[in-house]
Design a protein around this ligand. Structure first.
Ligand SMILES: CCC/C=C/C=C/C(=O)SCCNC(=O)CCNC(=O)[C@H](O)C(C)(C)COP(=O)(O)OP(=O)(O)OC[C@H]1O[C@@H](n2cnc3c(N)ncnc32)[C@H](O)[C@@H]1OP(=O)(O)O
Length: 288
């Protein structure tokens, strides 16, 4: 799937657990789609997230992505039925080999959400109803988080006997300012409702219902997609780099980045539009 055509073909083929559809120009909407099972994450889901977002990364016509959940809730987290019988079953003739194979599996699970961060296009997630366990890991890897008034969040892993290992413990403390709150949520699996999620910074906006939530998520994706993809994707790359590095390291990375990217035609086009008092909407930028 190294080519643009290959990526678009993969997205056209469709997935078992994800529904992908174009929403506006340059905007794709990825829906977690196992509504009867509350979008619980089975084996197919963990694989398909990687395939889907690798294809989106390759598809230069896509500039922003919205993720939402089909049906009553965003997601019930890992599929508990498959977890016991399949997802975490491991082969190996001795403990070292079993441990090594389990490590491989855990790394593969981690990739299913890290792929969201590696995707250069901004990902906006719209959460309604429950967002449990691995759902929190997923949203922590997204760039913008919105929810509806009925949403609730639960770092549920301790209740099923494990430490959350696919991103929550690593990313949540960098999203929420209070380490004490993160610790409390992770140690107790307490449900956090939408107003608290907003006040602690996990989500940036709360909407009255799912319809208004989706409308707003798609509108912000459209606004992002109208801007220079060189500027937007460079911004995502450098924000994530800065989160994980010191200020001097990040400034150095930024300078190396922009010594190439400032030579883009987009700078000239966008600056001219600003001088002419036009917004970026309606200014044509080539795909990246
Ligand atoms: C190395 C990997 C690391 C990853 C770790 C991840 C860990 C986690 O994700 S921990 C969290 C596990 N999830 C849960 O504990 C949530 C369980 N589900 C619920 O609490 C409720 O379903 C929920 C509040 C989300 C929704 O309640 P609602 O009343 O709307 O639905 P239900 O009647 O309960 O369920 C409807 C059908 O969906 C099936 N289902 C729900 N959750 C799961 C799940 N996690 N796994 C598998 N299936 C699930 C439920 O059995 C019902 O199915 P059916 O009886 O066939 O209709």
């Amino acid at each position: 799937m190294a080519t643009q055509a290959g990526a678009q073909e993969r997205l056209r083929q469709g997935f078992e657990t994800l529904q992908v559809r174009p929403e506006k120009e340059h905007v794709l909407h990825v829906q977690l789609h196992r509504p009867d099972k509350r979008n619980a994450m089975n084996g197919a889901f963990w694989r398909e997230m990687v395939e889907c977002f690798q294809a989106i990364t390759q598809d230069s016509s896509c500039r922003a992505v919205v993720i939402s959940g089909a049906g009553r809730v965003f997601t019930a987290g890992i599929d508990l039925v498959e977890m016991g019988s399949e997802l975490l079953m491991v082969e190996g003739e001795d403990p070292a080999r079993k441990a090594w194979n389990l490590r491989r599996k855990i790394c593969a699970f981690q990739e299913s959400f890290s792929v969201l961060e590696k995707c250069p296009k901004p990902v906006i997630v719209a959460v309604h109803g429950a967002c449990v366990g691995a759902g929190v890991d997923l949203i922590c890897a997204c760039d913008i988080r919105y929810c509806s008034q009925d949403a609730w969040f639960q770092v549920k892993e301790v209740d099923i006997g494990l430490a959350a290992d696919v991103g929550t413990l690593q990313r949540l403390p960098k999203i929420v300012g209070s380490q004490s709150l993160v610790n409390e949520l992770a140690f107790t699996a307490r449900k956090m409702m939408a107003p608290e999620a907003q006040s602690c910074g996990l989500v940036s906006r709360v909407f009255p219902d799912k319809d208004s939530l989706l409308q707003a998520a798609i509108a912000v994706a459209e606004a992002i997609a109208a801007r220079s993809p060189v500027a937007v994707q460079g911004t995502k790359e450098n924000l994530i780099y800065a989160r994980d590095h010191s200020v001097p390291e990040s400034l150095r990375y930024m300078a190396a980045w922009n010594m190439g990217m400032l030579q883009s035609q987009d700078v000239v086009t966008a600056a001219q539009a600003a001088m002419d008092r036009k917004g970026p909407e309606g200014v044509p930028f080539s795909n990246l």
